[in-house]
Ligand binder design. Structure first.
Ligand SMILES: O=C[C@H](O)COP(=O)(O)O
Length: 252
C-alpha cells in the first residue's frame, strides 16, 4: 500500500519567528503513523531553523525550488548540494508559479529532477493544465507531455521514488478545488503514463498528490479516491492547526 504524503507549500509567506512557532506547534502533534508523511516546503531562509526544530520528529522539511547545477556563477540561486547539506529531504520542482513567473520549462524541470536524485533529495514534480487547456480538452495531452519530459532519462527505480503533484492551475489559490472524481481521473492518467514508461509495478509505487484549494473540509473526499495519495497544499498549510488536520486525514 502506498503511504499518504501531505506536503505544505508555504510559497513566499511567513517570517522566521512564525516559521519556528509553526514547527514548535506541529512537531509533537503529528500522528504516529508510518502510513502518512508530513512535509513542509518553506522559503530558503527558514530551512535551517525548520530542519533543526524538526529533528527527532516526524516532520520533514522541503524546499520550493533549486538550481540543477552543483555550484557556479548563478547569482541568487541555491544548489541541490546546499539543500542536502542543510538536511532538507524534499524539493518542489516545476510548480506552475515557477513555470509562469520564472520561465521554468519541462527541460529545466527534467534537469532539476536528475539533480535531486544525484543529491539524495526526493523531487515533488508539479504538473497541471490551465483553464483554457481544460476547456479545449487538452488536459490529458498536456499532462502526458509534462510527465514524460519531466521524468525523461530516469531509471525505473528513480521514477518509483518521484512524487508527482497534479495541480490544475485554475484550482490554485482560487478556493475552487477540482472535484474529487475529476482530480482522481487525472491522477489515474498520470499513473498510466508512468506505467507505459516503466517496467511492471513501478507505477503502483508512485505517489501522486492532488493540489489546488485543498483544505480540511475537502481533503477526506480527495484522499478517498484510489489514485490520490496525498496533497500539496498552499494556503491551508500555513496554520499549524489546519496543517495537522490535513496530515491527520492521511491516517484514515
Ligand atoms: O503548491 C500548492 C498549490 O499551489 C496549491 O495552493 P492552494 O492550496 O493555496 O490552492
Amino acid at each position: 500500500m502506498r503511504s499518504k504524503v501531505i506536503a505544505g507549500n508555504w510559497k513566499m509567506n511567513k517570517g522566521l519567528s512564525e516559521a519556528e512557532q509553526f514547527a514548535d506547534s506541529v512537531k509533537g502533534n503529528l500522528p504516529k503513523d508510518d502510513n502518512v508523511e508530513a512535509i513542509v516546503c518553506a522559503p530558503f531562509p527558514f530551512l535551517p531553523a525548520l530542519v533543526s526544530k524538526a529533528k527527532s520528529s516526524n516532520l520533514k522539511v522541503g524546499a520550493q525550488n533549486m538550481h540543477f547545477e552543483d555550484s557556479g556563477a548563478y547569482t541568487g540561486e541555491v544548489s541541490p548540494a546546499m539543500l542536502k547539506d542543510l538536511g532538507v529531504t524534499h524539493v518542489v520542482i516545476g510548480h506552475s508559479e515557477r513555470r509562469e513567473h520564472f520561465a521554468e520549462t519541462d527541460e529545466s524541470v527534467n534537469k532539476k529532477v536528475h539533480a535531486a536524485f544525484n543529491h539524495g533529495l526526493v523531487p515533488i514534480v508539479c504538473v497541471g493544465e490551465t483553464l483554457e487547456q481544460r476547456e479545449a480538452n487538452e488536459t490529458m495531452s498536456h499532462i502526458e507531455n509534462q510527465v514524460r519530459k519531466g521524468l525523461e532519462g530516469l531509471t525505473d527505480e528513480q521514477i518509483g521514488r518521484v512524487i508527482i503533484a497534479y495541480e490544475p492551475i485554475w484550482a490554485i489559490g482560487t478556493g475552487k478545488s477540482a472535484s474529487s472524481a475529476d482530480a482522481n481521473q487525472v491522477c489515474t492518467f498520470v499513473r498510466n503514463v508512468v506505467k507505459a514508461m516503466t517496467s511492471e509495478n513501478i507505477a503502483e509505487q508512485l505517489v501522486v498528490q492532488y493540489g489546488g484549494s485543498v483544505k480540511p473540509a475537502n481533503i477526506d473526499e480527495l484522499l478517498d479516491q484510489p489514485d490520490i495519495d496525498g496533497a500539496l497544499v498552499g494556503g491551508a498549510s500555513l496554520e499549524p492547526g489546519s496543517f495537522l488536520e490535513l496530515v491527520e486525514a492521511g491516517t484514515k
